[in-house]
Design a protein around this ligand. Structure first.
Ligand SMILES: [Ca+2]
Ligand SMILES: [Ca+2]
Length: 271
């Protein structure tokens, strides 16, 4: 070993020792693989749902409030089922959140699943949003970003499922009710600004009854206030780890991989 490489080796060992001393709490947490399963509980010929946009997060991103004008990111979900504005806004507010999408168009009775690797201490909260299809600007989602604390303080799964009912359906208040202008069943260029606020509303879905949906069936809302419409279920398996120090050391040499995975995640989000 030359004097120079010996010196570098010493610096490297020192850096690792310092890193171990300053190891942040989140880096010590056991990563969990969370499998999210979604089910459309609505009866045949009822509403479908756009892909579910999800975020495992620190509870800081709040896209909408009951009785207030919807933000642009939640409008993009509610009017078009898109995550193209929601994901960047979420990431800007909470840069270490784990974000993604579950499923495609979820027709009545259908299910879909997706798995995410989540740090339960860094991102204990779960936020979701999905457009109801057909609708002008109806969606499901959590108003309070801290409503669903998926993991407790010890990192254990605290919620196994979330069930949404007809009374949980939101009207974003951004687009006037008009089946002829609704995305996927009408001419989207005809839509008109509603200039209202976020409110509960499932009754207007019956206004689509008799229309042929994009999925090819004749729509019949069939909902009453107590109808269960959607379930999100969670199951976890721990990611095997060789010990937190080894993980941290591997992390130092894997920063390039981390950056590459972040860009892959970003690519996945914009689908
Ligand atoms: Ca809110
Ligand atoms: Ca509306």
């Amino acid at each position: 070993m030359s004097a120079t490489s010996h010196h570098l080796h010493r610096i490297g060992a020192l850096a690792l020792a310092c890193a171990a001393l300053t190891l942040p709490q989140w880096a010590q947490a056991q990563q969990q693989v969370v499998t999210v399963t979604i089910q459309n509980l609505i009866g045949a010929n009822g509403a479908a749902f756009a892909p579910l946009r999800v975020g495992f997060n620190n509870g800081s991103y709040d896209a909408f409030n009951l009785g207030q004008a919807a933000t642009a990111p939640i409008i993009s979900v509610a009017e078009g089922g898109s995550g193209a504005a929601w994901f960047p806004a979420f990431m800007a507010a909470d840069p270490t959140a784990t974000l993604g999408t579950v499923g495609g168009l979820l027709t009545p009775g259908a299910t879909a699943s997706m798995s995410f690797t989540v740090n339960p201490l860094l991102n204990p909260y779960f936020t979701f949003a999905s457009m109801i299809v057909p609708s002008n600007d109806f969606f499901i989602g959590n108003d309070d970003p801290m409503e669903y604390r998926l993991f407790d303080a010890a990192g254990n799964l605290a919620i196994t499922s979330i069930t949404q009912r007809a009374t949980d359906v939101w009207d974003a208040g951004s687009e006037v009710f008009d089946p002829a202008a609704a995305a996927f069943v009408g001419n989207n260029s005809l839509r008109a600004n509603q200039n209202s606020v976020v409110a509960f509303n499932f009754a207007e879905l019956a206004g689509f009854n008799g229309l042929t949906t994009g999925a090819g069936y004749v729509f019949n809302s069939g909902l009453t206030a107590g109808s269960e419409i959607y379930r999100i279920s969670f199951a976890v398996t721990a990611v095997p780890e060789p010990g937190s120090f080894a993980l941290w050391a591997a992390g130092l040499s894997g920063l390039g991989l981390f950056v590459r995975r972040r860009s892959l995640n970003a690519a996945a989000m914009t689908r």
